[in-house]
Design a protein around this ligand. Structure first.
Ligand code: SAM
Length: 225
């Protein structure tokens, strides 16, 4: 059983975009705004975490010696709210709008199997509490998108270093609004090989929420910061 209905949205996105969560070279996934944990449950399942419990076990040692198998898989779930544990998932309670949280995630990402401390997939299903005021609500959605992009710039592994087209994936929830179109044009389109707007079938029709599925992170261009 999944903890949230949102789990089905992620399953749908993963299926529609080539199973980006279960590629064998995916070592680290960061799930932002993860509570109660449906998306993290999906990720843990796709990454076969039960088979690679601890790298101190004989099984994990054997697995990591097989070429193409990664030594460790890392899943980090972040939320303002407390979360009940999920096998294979490291939980961090914190505010993504604070720089401190990004620094804490970086510490979790840097492990022996992942010395560069990068994530292969960054997911954000974060949403601020809606006030009903359209301007205030779209501004808080934009704040969240800006914070996620700032994190992505520093922590998403680039397509080039993975040598697989469309590697380096960002899934970003947002609320449709002209401000958001500007955000996409300025930050997403120039830096990813492919950006798609998706409204999953499992998302309520009357809600203005949608997702950008951005694949193939190119990194920043020279001179950009
Ligand atoms: N994907 C989740 C699942 O499958 O269970 C559901 C996520 S829910 C729609 C959005 C979450 O974003 C809430 O739990 C909320 O606490 C979190 N959130 C909103 N703003 C946040 C922030 N600034 N930092 C961290 N989490 C935040």
């Amino acid at each position: 059983l999944y903890r949230s209905r949102s789990a089905f949205k992620l399953l749908e996105l993963d299926q529609k975009y080539g199973g980006f969560l279960s590629k064998p070279d995916v070592r680290a996934v960061v799930d932002l705004g993860a509570a109660p944990g449906g998306w993290s449950q999906v990720v843990a399942g796709k990454m076969g975490f039960d088979a690679l419990d601890e790298d101190t076990t004989e099984l994990a040692k054997e697995e990591s010696s097989i070429p193409g198998r990664t030594k460790e898989k890392t899943i980090i779930a972040v939320d303002l709210l407390r979360m009940t544990p999920i096998p294979g998932v490291q939980i961090l309670q914190g505010d993504m709008l604070s720089l401190r949280t990004a620094a804490q995630i970086k510490n979790f990402l840097s492990r022996p199997g992942n010395p560069e401390g990068k994530a292969d997939v960054i997911l954000s299903d974060m949403a601020a509490n809606m006030t009903g005021n359209k301007i205030a609500d779209s501004e808080s959605s934009l704040d969240i998108c800006n914070a996620v992009f700032a994190f992505t710039k520093d922590h998403l592994r680039t397509e080039k270093t993975v040598a697989r087209r469309k590697a380096g994936v960002l899934v970003l929830k947002h609320f449709a609004h002209p401000l958001m179109t500007g955000f996409r044009k300025e930050y997403l389109d120039p830096h990813f090989t492919n950006v798609a707007y998706v409204k999953p079938d499992s998302s309520r029709a009357q809600s203005s929420e949608g997702y950008w599925v951005c694949m193939g992170w190119k990194g920043l261009h020279q001179g950009e910061s």
